[in-house]
Design a protein around this ligand. Structure first.
Ligand SMILES: Nc1ncnc2c1ncn2[C@@H]1O[C@H](COP(=O)(O)OP(=O)(O)OP(=O)(O)O)[C@@H](O)[C@H]1O
Ligand SMILES: [Mg+2]
Length: 397
């Protein structure tokens, strides 16, 4: 890869999940994090993702990541980047007596808004839940897109927040109108804002899916035996027939038209019936919907191909190779497939990767550049071994 890599050199955690206070020095290549179940492997990857994304990609509420009984969680991540190193400092604190969580962020000690962190250190997540995404609900597929977009496009990150807020307000109003508690007059204002933000988000997702499509198809070729053709299409309102416009204004106009057409239904149902919250990514294998047709193994290959595409797309778009967070994804692959995947990812060869495993024997990865082995027990991390790059090179291909 020609892009410069970004990596996390050091992570300090305080009252984050089951980490009371811990400092973790990560290697620049592969970091294999081994440990029995429930020791903190996933939590460690989550901490890296939370620092990079400014929120946890897996917690249902922000408060979930704060250690039980504690008032605040604190993550400090020392990032090595091509431009200049930077330290991200993220604190989440419970407000007195409520479930609300405040967030404060600083970069190199200076308070900054969340948006200035997004994209500083791009990450690509491989969560075990992702493996269910092919047959899962559309929401999971939309989320895959949004995690990428938030890191690549600051404007899209802001429009997603705006869209969520106006959707909630508009739905609340529609419910009150239906119940006869409010007039429909203020609806037009909400609709206008919804259409503007919604069109932006839709177009951004449609462009992303169009960019991922050829890369993912290529990825599936490499990972499987190359016999199936993978298709990805961003579908408006889940109807696979209608693809979304990739231009925000056209997407907004189309959404406005749909909402005008469905105005009566919306008042009857008390909900917003069209918009990016109802969209889907339609995945096909040889033109057939993968949702209905893909086998277990095919589903897994599709998701890995998608992730491979994400890595390539993020690297090309930012000029920075992302940090890879693979939670328990490798243990189910045989040695050959594991090697092929890591090779394709460039993992350990200029790309930092954190891999977790609960397999007793760990993962056989000695051919993959510099490998640091760590073990986690009850929120304490220790380095158990290291293969320096020179040695790995000699042992390798
Ligand atoms: N807010 C919290 N405060 C304290 N502990 C927590 C909190 N949230 C989760 N935990 C605990 O953290 C422990 C480790 O969780 P984690 O998901 O990282 O395990 P893991 O090592 O990945 O295990 P597995 O191999 O089963 O995936 C769990 O036992 C969980 O109960
Ligand atoms: Mg886990």
């Amino acid at each position: 890869m020609t892009e410069a890599a970004c990596r996390v050199d050091r992570l300090r955690l305080f009252a984050f999940r089951n980490y009371a206070a811990e400092t973790i020095e990560l290697g620049p290549g592969l970091n294999v994090i081994a440990g029995r179940n429930a020791q903190g492997k996933t939590n460690l990857l989550e901490a890296v993702a939370t620092a990079a994304l400014t929120r946890s990609p897996r917690a249902a509420t922000a408060a979930d990541v704060i250690s039980w009984g504690q008032a605040a969680a604190h993550i400090e991540a020392a990032i090595h980047r091509p431009a200049a190193p930077v330290t991200i400092d993220l604190r989440l604190h419970r407000s007195d007596g409520s479930e609300r969580v405040g967030r404060s962020i600083s970069l190199d000690g200076r308070p900054r808004p969340a948006r200035s962190v997004l994209g500083l250190c791009p990450v690509v997540l491989f969560w075990p839940e992702d493996l269910l995404v092919v047959k899962g609900a559309p929401e999971a597929r939309r989320r895959l897109c949004d995690v990428v977009l938030a890191q690549l496009e600051p404007r899209t990150a802001a429009e997603m927040v705006r869209f969520r807020r106006v959707l909630e307000q508009r739905n609340a109003l529609l419910r009150r109108v239906r119940a006869g508690e409010a007039s429909a007059a203020p609806l037009a204002g909400f609709t206008e804002e919804l259409v503007r933000a919604g069109g932006w988000v839709r177009a951004a997702r449609a462009r992303l899916v169009a960019a991922l499509q050829p890369l993912a198809a290529e990825g599936l070729d490499v990972l499987s035996d190359g016999s199936e053709r993978l298709g990805l299409a961003y579908a408006v309102d889940g109807e696979s027939g209608e693809t979304a416009a990739t231009d925000p204004e056209a997407a907004s106009e189309a959404l406005a038209q749909t909402l005008r057409r469905r105005a009566g239904d919306e008042l009857a149902r008390g909900a917003t019936l069209a918009g990016p919250h109802r969209d889907d990514v339609v995945i096909t294998l040889d033109g057939r919907p993968a949702r209905a047709a893909a086998s277990q193994g095919q589903q897994r290959s599709i998701v890995l191909a998608w992730k491979l595409a994400e890595v390539r797309h993020v690297a090309a778009a930012t000029g920075t190779t992302p940090v890879l967070l693979l939670d328990d994804v490798l243990s189910e692959l045989d040695g050959e497939r594991r090697r092929r995947l890591l090779d394709e990812l460039g993992a350990g060869r200029g790309t930092q990767a954190l891999l977790t495993t609960s397999a007793a024997g760990g993962l056989d990865l000695e051919r993959h550049g510099e490998v640091r082995h760590m073990s986690v027990e009850a929120g304490r991390v220790s380095v158990t071994g290291e293969t320096p790059a020179a040695l790995a090179g000699a042992a390798g291909a």
